[in-house]
Design a binder for this molecule. Structure first.
Ligand SMILES: Nc1nc2c(c(=O)[nH]1)N[C@H]1C(S)=C(S)[C@@H](COP(=O)(O)OP(=O)(O)OC[C@H]3O[C@@H](n4cnc5c(=O)[nH]c(N)nc54)[C@H](O)[C@@H]3O)O[C@H]1N2
Ligand SMILES: Nc1nc2c(c(=O)[nH]1)N[C@H]1C(S)=C(S)[C@@H](COP(=O)(O)OP(=O)(O)OC[C@H]3O[C@@H](n4cnc5c(=O)[nH]c(N)nc54)[C@H](O)[C@@H]3O)O[C@H]1N2
Ligand code: SF4
Ligand SMILES: [Mo]
Length: 831
């Protein structure tokens, strides 16, 4: 009732906004504001898929039905004027209507009636659903303790980031679930995340910082070297990284190292180095060999700031270990890491590697960066560190225009998401955490799952979610018996080892209960015992803010759309569940959602207010709905570098030899004998790597599972407009296609050691020979012959993890490929 009357009021305001907000006079052809039919209403809302942009959307509707979406397009702000940039939504945001009305929308609560995974469901009432859920929660806690409860990483309806992403309004379900379960005594959380676990740990272990300079520094650079970085697809929002990437690389010498010719190249690059996946470390070793041989290493600078290059810089306790220079020169293994050697491994010509070394020598202000692609490899830790030591060896760091080889992006004022306020989240009393991508393994192994081998961690800070300290001496206190997925598809689809995960979850005696709160019936909900329908971002009222370069956009989102069937908001669902659990008073603290939003916004206010009064108070943002303001800044990493500077690493130096890796190598064991954890960045072949003798003959192609513009992870897989705009195909180089007699558009079967998928083939020179790529995120769907006709790449990946961080290594896989039999029919969204 309350909400409907609010909607009426906001609909009236929306009408007013469409009348007054439309400027009629504009002589610039690309700035003509579309004229809304008079009975259409407009609400500001935002797009919450996890691409870390949270673009504002203008959502138009009529009589509760969404009619269309527009992006920020007001002509009061011209890009760049007053420093502001608009945050223009990408095609995924603009296709929101196809999400809202997709046939897979969950309509009602449902319980499983057949065997788990059999797809037999029965519609039930919300009352029955929440009674069942409350009973199962109570039963699990009483019988096994809170450690037996686990939340999957779930990033669909927003994203919590303690850093500077500023995503996650109040409506994002995960914080609500966290609050509720924290009140009940906590749960085993995930650690590390899927995105950047290896980069974070291995990067911090190197220079104590990891994150690099902001993109605007590229404008002052004379040489940009980018590894596995694709901002034009991975941060597509008009005012975000993609725009800044284009602006600041303009006219620059830009070298891109990537097996895939991404949209971030498209002709602006000086050189594309199509490297074989997982071999970057070999190329960097060779670059360093070339620098060393020519006397281009800045030895004085390295001695001042770094540990581990030469014997005299090694700490006393590691004097018996090999310094990196000796390894590069091959003094002990007899293998000098020459460009000729690296050329054979990487596929990058010797001459190019030598030229790259010379470029780095001649450049005054090289900007070296990496995206997250390297870090999601089997031994990504080595590659991450190899890139990060390059600027130190040439002594070109801390000066304008440089960066540290870490992960970079636009300068963003440090924003704190609304619903991550400690007062809302409370403290998790369960301290153990499981590496995000190893959950099925934890369920399978129960209390044998341990920190020595598999990735068990202990929560670091009070409200921490996804950050923990390794505990190699501990095992899981209790098997995982209950899994809760609130806006995630990582139970099966998004986690490598989909086949293995399904086997684990099909054993109902292991994890006894799985429940999800989602907007769609997904490959995750198929494995649930109970499914609860959620409202989508654009169906709800919320507060939050977008951030693009130098610009903050606080918003109060409203909705005039009638929510789908019986879908509930996160607040309503959790309140009702709290009531069933007898903790409604504690959960709500007697406040309404409106009162919580006000309180949390005001709690965050002081963080965002710089004294200028630009950041709006709650009442102001409710009234004005959308405000954009400029907050300039830049970030130059290690800018205060002085002789004797102390770094946040065990030795206080930049660690070319990492004491952290050494310590972990001693404290942990590796299930795979090919996995190693050398303390200096070294190339070697892991399982399914380029030179892996055990797999390369049966599975001759390397396979990369990148992120692309068609989806945000699995979100939008079922968006028919986006499916039409971009095929979810397997990419293959024309030389390979010719060799195998395969042609463009043909349906192929891709098979790995772990599973088989069917998909269309795209024959394109945008992928190097010997490598296939398909974007992650397609929905897994097995046909009667066990072939995944949905084309989910995690069907092909085994349940493996990296040696040091024990995290996702989804870019390391070997496959074979053949023409599909004529009988194969693809899932409609793949075709
Ligand atoms: N092979 C391979 N696998 C990968 C990756 C890779 O590179 N390769 N990348 C990994 C990475 S980096 C990540 S972050 C993970 C992401 O994996 P997930 O966090 O699982 O993200 P999504 O696949 O987007 O799933 C989001 C879910 O949220 C639901 N949802 C969307 N909006 C709402 C909402 O408003 N409310 C509710 N309740 N639900 C909503 C969607 O239906 C969907 O089921 O995937 C990982 N998986
Ligand atoms: N459109 C869209 N945007 C997104 C997302 C999405 O799903 N869709 N997901 C968001 C999230 S949560 C994340 S974590 C980020 C992910 O962002 P990234 O991790 O940066 O994206 P990826 O495409 O996985 O990897 C980037 C590039 O690394 C390359 N690569 C893979 N292996 C290697 C290698 O061994 N060496 C080199 N040099 N390159 C390699 C891939 O070909 C790819 O072009 O994107 C975010 N933005
Ligand atoms: S860039 Fe991301 S947040 Fe913006 S519209 Fe696209 S998917 Fe949504
Ligand atoms: Mo991610």
């Amino acid at each position: 009732m309350e909400r409907r009357s609010f909607l009426k009021a906001s609909a009236a305001l929306g009408c007013a906004a469409t009348v007054t907000g439309c400027k009629t006079s504009s002589d610039e052809p690309n700035k003509v504001p579309p004229v809304a039919p008079v009975d259409e209403v407009m609400d500001w809302n935002f797009c919450t898929g996890n691409c870390a942009s949270m673009c504002p959307l203008k959502v138009y509707s009529k009589d509760g039905i969404m009619t269309r979406v527009e992006t920020e397009n007001d002509d009061d702000v011209i890009d760049g004027e007053n420093g502001q940039v608009q945050s223009r939504a990408c095609p995924r945001g603009r296709a929101a209507r196809q999400r809202v009305y997709a046939p897979e929308r969950l309509k009602y609560p449902m319980k499983r009636v057949g065997k788990r995974g059999s797809g037999q469901w029965q519609r039930i009432s919300w009352d029955e659903a929440l009674t069942t859920l409350a009973d199962k929660i109570q039963y699990t806690i009483n019988e096994y303790g809170n450690e037996a409860i686990h939340f999957t990483q779930a990033t669909g309806g927003g994203f919590i980031s303690a850093g500077n992403d500023g995503k996650g309004g109040f409506a994002y379900p995960l914080p609500h679930s966290m609050r509720l379960f924290h009140l009940l005594g906590g749960f085993t959380a995930t650690q590390g995340g899927y995105s950047a676990a290896q980069l974070r740990w291995a990067g911090l272990a190197t220079d104590g910082v990891m994150r690099g300079s902001s993109y605007d520094q590229m404008a002052k650079s004379d040489f940009i070297l980018a590894f596995s970085s694709n901002p034009r697809e991975c941060q597509m929002a008009g005012g975000g990284n993609s725009y800044a990437w284009t602006r600041y690389t303009a006219g620059k010498e830009l070298w891109i190292v990537d097996p895939k010719y991404t949209d971030s190249a498209l002709g602006i690059e000086t050189e594309w180095l199509p490297i074989r996946p997982g071999t970057d470390t070999a190329m960097i070793e060779a670059v360093i060999h070339e620098l060393d041989e020519n006397g281009w290493i800045d030895e004085d600078f390295v001695r001042e700031h770094c540990m581990g290059w030469t014997q005299d810089t090694m700490l006393d306790e590691i004097q018996d270990e090999e310094p990196y220079r000796d390894y590069i020169r091959g003094l002990n293994d007899g293998i000098p890491k020459t460009p000729a050697r690296a050329a054979k491994i990487t596929g990058i010509p010797e001459e190019t590697i030598k030229r790259l070394a010379r470029k780095l020598h001649e450049a005054q202000r090289p900007f070296i960066l990496q995206g997250l692609g390297l870090n999601r490899s089997k031994v990504g830790e080595q590659a991450v560190r190899a890139v990060m030591i390059l600027p130190w060896l040439i002594g070109k760091i801390g000066k304008e225009g440089t960066s540290n080889g870490g992960f970079c992006g636009v300068y963003r004022p440090d924003a704190v998401p609304v619903a991550t306020s400690p007062n809302f989240l409370l403290e998790n009393k369960v301290k153990q955490m499981v590496q995000s991508s190893n959950i099925a393994l934890a369920v399978d192994l129960g209390t044998e799952f341990n920190g020595k081998e598999h990735g068990l961690f202990e929560q670091l800070e009070k409200q921490a979610f996804m950050t923990g300290n390794r505990t190699p001496d501990k095992s899981l206190a209790m098997p995982i018996k209950f899994i809760w997925s609130a806006c995630g598809n990582s139970l099966v689809n998004q986690t490598q080892g989909a086949e293995y995960s399904e086997r684990v979850y099909s054993d109902e005696s292991k994890c006894e209960f799985i429940a999800a709160f989602d907007i769609f019936h997904t490959p995750t909900t198929r494995w649930c015992d109970l499914i609860l329908p959620a409202q989508m971002d654009v169906e709800q009222n919320d507060v939050g803010f977008a951030q693009t370069e130098n610009t903050i956009t606080p918003m109060s989102a409203t909705s005039s759309i009638t929510p789908a069937f019986e879908a509930k908001t996160a607040w309503d669902m959790h309140c009702e569940l709290a009531k069933k659990l007898g903790i409604w008073d504690e959960y709500t603290e007697g406040k309404t959602d409106e009162e919580w939003k006000r309180q949390l916004w005001e709690e965050r206010y002081s963080h965002h207010d710089d004294g200028s009064g630009e950041f709006p108070h709650y009442d102001e943002i409710l009234e004005i709905k959308h405000k954009r303001f400029y907050r300039p800044g830049t970030k130059l990493v290690h800018k205060d570098l002085l002789p004797g500077t102390k770094f946040n690493t065990p030795s206080g130096k930049v660690e070319i030899y990492s004491m952290t890796l050494r310590e972990m190598a001693l404290a942990t064991t590796q299930p795979d004998p090919k996995d190693k954890m050398p303390a200096t960045p070294q190339y070697f072949t892991p399982h399914e790597g380029y030179e892996d003798e055990d797999t390369k003959h049966d599975y001759p192609y390397q396979f990369v599972t990148s992120h692309d513009k068609r989806r945000t992870h699995s979100l939008n897989h079922n968006n028919i407009w986006l499916a039409e705009a971009m095929q979810s195909a397997v990419w293959m180089n024309p030389l390979d296609a010719q060799k195998l007699g395969l042609s463009d558009e043909q349906i192929v079967i891709v098979e790995s050691m772990s599973g088989k998928i069917a998909a269309r083939l795209k024959v394109t020179p945008r992928i190097l020979p010997g490598v296939l790529q398909k974007a992650q995120g397609s929905w897994r769907q097995l046909n009667d012959n066990g072939i995944d006709i949905g084309g989910c790449v995690n069907t092909l990946l085994g349940p493996f993890y990296s040696p040091f961080v024990k995290s996702m290594c989804s870019h390391t896989c070997r496959v074979k490929i053949s023409a599909a039999p004529a009988s194969i029919v693809l899932d409609k969204y793949q075709d």
